[in-house]
Design a binder for this molecule. Structure first.
Ligand SMILES: Cc1cc2nc3c(=O)[nH]c(=O)nc-3n(C[C@H](O)[C@H](O)[C@H](O)COP(=O)(O)O)c2cc1C
Length: 279
């Protein structure tokens, strides 16, 4: 129950900001403002208080290069929203939605994910030293959000386990965590990972990065797991006849300031700024 409250507060979007007392919650939902942390936020989306104490300009009057200086916050957007799967051997697998994820090294290929210690998945990843980052498509966006507001502590997130849980609770109108949804909105299937012992891949995801934890760094609200990508499972549907990966056609999503987006139009490819223009 506690987990449900945390999720609502942290990731519920603009409406939620009003109710949030803490700075951490606003930050993770992407609803950062420059307002004082001590005072409750009254109207989300309004200009924040200038750190210098000056009153902000009236909205609508915009001048190029004129900036407000806000307090430090999590404003690096867009970021990926990914589904991270994990499991202890022989136990029900879990999926956590992660926005604080990134590539941190090319060789060896390494990534980081940051997880609050109270998440159900946190201890699984810490103990097993394994996780899988599954990329999210537009088709999987709902499931991704759902995995980010339900805890594996009381909700099975893969379809097979969710069905077993439903059968067990047959007749119940409510999910064990008290909400009305019992199963993932999308069918998520656990597949055997190629290089890991226990963590499964999500078969519906076009690309799954199998990761082995190298280091855990306690940063504050979150623990960061630094991990090596030991192998990558790529859906053959996105591999062309020449063996090239056509990731553009997978329909990947991005997460920006509390909102999920499909990727927009193509602007250019690596180095296009220095290539001779065609035509
Ligand atoms: C878009 C989105 C991004 C999220 N990013 C993170 C994150 O980076 N780190 C984290 O600890 N929780 C994050 N969460 C919250 C967890 O996904 C959520 O608490 C989930 O229920 C945890 O599942 P678990 O208890 O089964 O581990 C995010 C949620 C959403 C919807």
């Amino acid at each position: 129950m506690k987990q449900k409250k945390d999720n609502r507060a942290e990731y519920s979007g603009r409406q939620g900001v009003k109710r949030l007392p803490g700075r951490e919650r606003r930050r993770e939902s992407g609803q950062t403002s420059a307002r004082s942390e001590e005072k409750p936020v009254k109207k989300p989306g309004q200009p924040g208080r200038h750190v210098s104490g000056k009153r902000p300009e009236q909205p609508g009057k915009r001048a190029i290069g004129k900036k407000q200086v806000w307090r430090g916050g999590n404003m690096l957007y867009p970021v990926p929203a990914v589904m991270v799967s994990c499991a202890r051997k022989g136990e029900r697998p879990d999926i956590i939605t992660i926005a604080w994820a990134g590539t941190v090294c090319s060789n060896p290929p390494m990534v980081s994910i940051s997880i609050r210690p109270q998440r159900y998945s946190h201890d699984i990843i810490e103990e097993t030293g394994e996780f899988v980052i599954n990329l999210v498509t537009e088709k999987l966006a709902r499931a991704c959000d759902w995995c980010g507001v339900k805890s594996g502590r009381d909700t099975a997130k893969f379809a097979a386990e969710a069905k077993a849980q439903r059968d067990e609770a047959a007749g119940m109108k409510k999910a064990p965590d008290g909400t009305s949804e019992m199963a993932a909105p999308e069918k998520l299937t656990a597949g055997k990972a190629s290089c890991l012992e226990a963590a499964p891949i999500i078969l519906e995801s076009p690309v799954s990065l199998e990761c082995r934890v190298k280091q855990k760094i306690e940063l504050g609200s979150h623990d960061m797991f630094l991990a090596e990508v030991v192998c990558v499972d790529v859906d053959e549907a996105f591999i062309d006849s020449k063996g090239r990966l056509d990731l553009d056609s997978a329909g990947l999503i991005a997460y920006s300031h509390g909102t999920y987006f499909g990727l927009g139009k193509k602007l250019g490819t690596f180095g296009y700024s220095v290539r001779r223009r065609e035509g």
